[in-house]
Write a protein that binds this ligand. Sequence first.
Ligand SMILES: [Cu+2]
Length: 430
Amino acid sequence: MDRIRFRTDRRPISRLAWVAAISLVCGLGCLGGARLSAHGEAADEPFLKVLTTAFHDVSISPTEVQIGQPVTVTGTVRVLKTWPYTMPAPERAYLTAVVPGPVFAMKERTVNGESAPHSIFIERDGIYQFRMVLIARRPGRWHVHPGLAVEGTGTLIGPGEYVNVTGDAASFTFPVTLMSGETVNLDTFGGQFIWWFPFLGFLVGVVWMFYWTWWQHRTVTNLAVTIQIPLNDEGSDIGLITAKDHFWMNVLAGITVVILIAGWVYNVSPNVIRLPQQTVWLDPPKLAPEESLAEAKPLRATFDEGTGTLLLNAEVKNVSSSPITLKQYTLGMVSFVNGDEQEMAKAGPREFVGRLEVEPNTPIGPGETRAVRLRVMSKLFADERIVPTHAPQQFIAGLLRFQRAEGAQQMVLVRSNIIPTEFGQLASTP
Ligand SMILES: [Cu+2]
């Protein structure tokens, strides 16, 4: 029999590898110490943000809560007609709160006034007014966004707000009254069973693993012998796998079968009241159509990346019977407002709202067609990556909000081809 040779010579790790490893560890350490303020919303491609959906009138309040207190997220998300045909069509989606982990519990969610515990069906040009009530679950400073998780596309997120949660995480409860009249804490209900039952199966596996590697450890540590005997040969003549091993393995297999049978018996037991898991897919009711106020035709639009300035020319026609004003321009998760501080605060979380200048900024008379120029200068373009200046298609889509003096309003979709006038590196907010 040939001697089996093991290669045991040690090769020194090159000095370069050590330098690389130490640099990596130090680099990670520095990152860990720094206050990380980014939360990923800028990462999505601009076309994915602005051509798919637009979030407006988002409110997240209050922003200071104790554990167990509610935070209400309201707003409107529109699935735009400009949803790119290169992506799967928008059909089924899930309205969610985008937060870092299970720091809130969803208590209530309605879409267009109807309860929507699960997914909803969506379509191009659909308008979805949402309301979500979240209960604070873990203390911390959390950035809370509404998001529309679209099947096949991913989660498209709206503007966010920081919410400070204080208090003791252990005091969190989520009481729910069952049909029997009993009140349970949904946060921990059934948790013991869900933990311990699978743990039984895990224990059997652990015993099996230690048996073959630690206590008896013939097959693993005697590898030199094991690999020389044919496959399916127990090596009983050299004492590799013995009758005792067979006995204990049968015991482990027996315990596994007993656990399975116990699970099945429990599952069909008539003493346990159970309901199949529910699926509620809602086709949200349509909202009353908006009154037709205006038509808008995009003209030349330019973007200066150096200063973060977007200039949008459009031809606007008032098709209503009274004067209208152009009040807002919403792009994906950001809104630019032609108005005072109060109107800007109403438009959404302050970090995602900027100022819009409209020239001429006078009401447009009934039947009048006018060329208007929209000018937005904002760091949001760089911070949130809204305008695609480095993409094969330089289109943006946004909603122009026209408003009548007595309050009626309409959001009109405008898709513009952007001509870059300067490429530059607009500094991001520190
Ligand atoms: Cu965020």
